[in-house]
Design a protein around this ligand. Structure first.
Ligand SMILES: Nc1ncnc2c1ncn2[C@@H]1O[C@H](COP(=O)(O)O)[C@@H](OP(=O)(O)O)[C@H]1O
Ligand SMILES: [Mg+2]
Ligand SMILES: [Mg+2]
Ligand SMILES: [Mg+2]
Length: 283
């Protein structure tokens, strides 16, 4: 897919700033877990949780993005804060020059965060242009958190950040091909259903990795630990998939809905998937 030439410098800037902004959100997420006051509330169901870390990380990300890119439309998972209401009014006026739509998932893998599966957690900042995912940042704040190191060895650095631009490059982690002769499928661990399980079975996997987070599962594809991410459910929203999709595509992969159609990321698109989603990485 080609990215309109006049969006490339702006896109590179947004991706660069988003790396720093996502790293800062990761620090907020770790600080709140350290304090132990998670402030958990149920959203639409007992499987749909929000914590103080989701809320605080989103406040930080959106404030920073708005300051740096006031003409972009920013859509975050945690409701619509007042500042964005003001922005929406402005967007009506400046829509012709508002090239980018930024989809923010301040904390992907909230269920796993509350259960202490901390390396499933990621911060996702996805950038769309012309309704397509064109750039993305995935920050994994707890990468290496269980790495004990050995005596005399410096503890491995906590956290990592991956970025990608479609038609450009991917950085922050080595891209590894998955093992030949196997079909390793990754799917949800906390939002399963009979349809989700039927879809996984239809792929005839040799192994199934049930882990949290859309960002985390796409990282498993990128590092060659899984061949395919299958999630036949309307559960994922556009902020879950915009950043992972852009990075996956930059690395040569594909992410589509269950019919193989591209996923739209316009500012006015439904946040929830219509029908079911199937995510494929054919590397
Ligand atoms: N049935 C459902 N209801 C609400 N959210 C769902 C869902 N199924 C998936 N999701 C959301 O999609 C993301 C990936 O899900 P999973 O980890 O189960 O694969 C999670 O994002 P968040 O943790 O940011 O809310 C999760 O909440
Ligand atoms: Mg959520
Ligand atoms: Mg999410
Ligand atoms: Mg989230």
């Amino acid at each position: 897919m080609s990215v309109a030439a006049n969006t490339i410098p702006l896109l590179s800037r947004v991706v660069g700033y988003s790396v720093a902004i996502a790293n800062n959100a990761g620090r907020i997420i770790r600080d709140i877990m350290k304090k132990g006051e998670l402030g958990i509330v149920e959203k639409e169901s007992a499987q749909d949780l929000q914590t103080e870390a989701d809320r605080a990380a989103q406040r930080s990300i959106i404030t920073s993005l708005q300051k740096c890119f006031p003409k972009s439309t920013i859509i975050g998972e945690c409701g619509v804060p007042l500042v964005v209401v003001v922005l929406v009014v402005v967007v009506v006026v400046v829509v012709a020059v508002a090239v980018l739509v930024i989809w923010v998932d301040p904390l992907d893998g909230t269920a796993e965060y509350t259960q202490g599966l901390l390396d499933h957690v990621t911060v996702l900042i996805g950038i769309a242009s012309g309704g397509k995912a064109v750039g993305g940042v995935i920050h994994q704040p707890y990468y290496n958190y269980q790495n004990p190191g050995t005596q005399g060895e410096v503890r491995a650095e906590l956290g990592r950040t991956i970025w990608g631009i479609v038609g450009g490059s991917v950085g922050g982690m080595p891209i590894v091909a998955p093992p030949e002769g196997k079909v390793i499928v990754t799917t949800t661990r906390s939002h399963s259903s009979s349809t989700v399980n039927d879809a996984v079975a239809a792929v005839s996997p040799t192994e199934v990795l049930r882990v949290g987070g859309a960002g985390h599962k796409v990282m498993l594809l990128l590092e060659g630990k899984a061949h395919v991410y299958v999630f036949a459910s309307p559960g994922c929203k556009k902020w879950d998939t915009c950043a992972p999709q852009a990075i996956l595509e930059a690395a040569g992969g594909v992410l589509t809905d269950i019919k193989g159609n591209p996923i739209p990321y316009h500012a006015t698109v439904a946040h929830r998937y219509v029908g079911r989603s199937l995510m494929l990485d054919p590397i």
